[in-house]
Design a protein around this ligand. Structure first.
Ligand code: ATP
Ligand code: MG
Length: 428
């Protein structure tokens, strides 16, 4: 195997001998001279074949090269302003490493557009486009920055089970599985387990992991398998963990403007990292704003998509919705009369995160489980964890893909996952 010595981004002038490798992105044959644009991880470079001055056999071998073949080319680097990247390679040898079948299922140059379904059916080819792979480099950087920030704030990264016996919220959005001779489920949230760790003394934890929800409907913001960034902190109230969340958003967005500048440019995104404190809109205010836009919400009902959009337009950018009616939030949320210590982080009507101060009193917890019509037996392991001393605690769950929609401007959540799982899609 011929070893690559340089990526496209590493070429420098000075008539050096290099070996470059990648996919043949484009071929332009002008007769006397032919240009082969090669694409690699970092971008593109031009191989220039001046037919008269190169070996005839080499010239012939180049005629056998097709679009999207993988090739390795050894040659001399020359500066040339007209070439992409500012350099061209004049070949001395060529190896066709792997040939691409034709026709191609989609056009990796992006000149011919493709439908979302065609793209996802051929995701590997789709990823060859710079704007598409940029999303996954931004995703990688966003996760790296998230870990850097939470670690610097004293959070410990943990992993909790994804095969569970009980529904987190008693909801119907669960995928049942067969666990030997019993029924089990794929976890819809690490909620119960991260809270139990508060009684275990880890004090501040975070988890980045998959959540599974049997959402029945196809929407542009729901997946059946997604990634949640979860945080739980002892001796923190809702306001404290809201600060952690807004500081995290600021840290990630500002970090990205430096470490993912090229990717953001490829995506045509100009981030304006939001300075804390973010606006806080109470649920009651949200209902009023929505009513002012002709969208009616009865106090006590969840905010509809139309209501959330109306509030998002009025407030602009990132904001929190706070002071929710207790009855529409899960049993583990601490309330104060009719209102509870719960919040959603929103942007432009899209929910990015939900969080709250939790109930840590065992009697109250049992009462709330009963009041929501849940089977208390299924929650024994969770409630028992709170019987021997548990600090007050709060936390949130932030959807990584929703955050990426906000950062990259993707209109459809499927853009932010390599191989999305939705109502119809289970392969690739
Ligand atoms: P929504 O109302 O948008 O369906 P939710 O309130 O049911 O979301 P939570 O249980 O609050 O979701 O989960 C915390 C976060 O996890 C959400 O704010 C969202 O960012 C993300 N999330 C939840 N469900 C999904 C899903 N099916 N696909 C993608 N992200 C999700
Ligand atoms: Mg929510």
């Amino acid at each position: 195997m011929i070893k690559r010595t340089h990526y496209s981004s590493e070429l420098e002038g000075g008539e050096e001998d290099v070996t470059v490798a990648g996919w043949v992105h484009e071929i332009r044959d002008l007769g006397g001279v032919a240009f082969y644009v090669i694409r690699d991880r970092d971008g593109r470079l031009q191989v220039t074949l001046p037919r008269k001055s190169v070996d005839e056999k080499l010239s012939e071998r180049f005629s056998g090269v097709g679009r999207e073949d993988v090739v390795a080319v050894t040659g001399r680097v020359k500066e040339d302003d007209r070439a992409p990247g500012g350099f061209e390679v004049v070949p001395e040898s060529l190896e066709i490493v792997s040939e691409a079948a034709s026709p191609l299922p989609l056009d990796p140059t992006g000149k011919v557009g493709s439908e979302m379904d065609t793209r996802l059916d051929n995701r590997v080819m789709d990823l060859r486009r710079a704007e598409i792979s940029s999303i996954f480099r931004v995703r990688h950087e966003a996760l790296r920055l998230t870990r850097e920030f939470l670690c610097s704030e004293g959070f410990v990264e943990v992993d909790t089970p994804k095969i569970v016996a009980t529904a987190t919220e008693g909801g119907t959005e669960l995928f049942p599985i067969t666990y030997f001779d019993r029924e089990a489920f794929l976890n819809q949230s690490p909620q119960l387990y991260k809270q139990m760790l508060m009684a275990g003394g880890l004090d501040r934890v975070f988890e980045v992991g998959p959540i599974f929800r049997a959402e029945e409907h196809n929407t542009r913001r729901h997946l059946n398998e997604s990634t949640s960034i979860d945080v739980e902190a002892a001796h923190h109230d809702a306001g404290d963990v809201m600060s952690t969340l807004e500081e995290l958003i600021l840290f990630v967005e500002s970090g990205l403007t430096e470490s993912a500048a090229g990717e953001l440019e490829a995506l045509d995104r100009d981030l304006e990292p939001p300075e804390p404190p973010l606006p806080r809109v109470t649920y009651g205010e949200a209902v009023e704003i929505a009513a002012g836009e002709g969208v009616d919400v009865e106090w006590g009902d969840d905010l509809s998509t139309a209501a959330e959009r109306a509030v998002g337009e009025r407030v602009g950018g990132y904001y929190f919705v706070t002071e929710w009616p207790a009855d529409i939030k899960p049993f583990y949320v601490q309330s104060d009369g009719d209102v509870c210590h719960s919040f959603d982080l929103m942007r432009g009507g899209l929910e990015l995160a939900s969080g709250a101060r939790r109930v840590s009193d065992v009697d109250l917890l049992l009462e709330r489980i009963d009041a929501q019509g849940l089977d208390p037996e299924g929650f024994d392991f969770y409630v028992d964890a709170f019987r021997y001393g548990v600090p007050p605690h709060s936390g949130w769950g932030l959807g990584l893909e929703r955050l990426l929609m906000s950062i990259t401007g993707a209109e459809n959540i499927r853009e932010t996952v390599l191989f999305p799982r939705d109502r119809r899609r289970l392969s690739p």
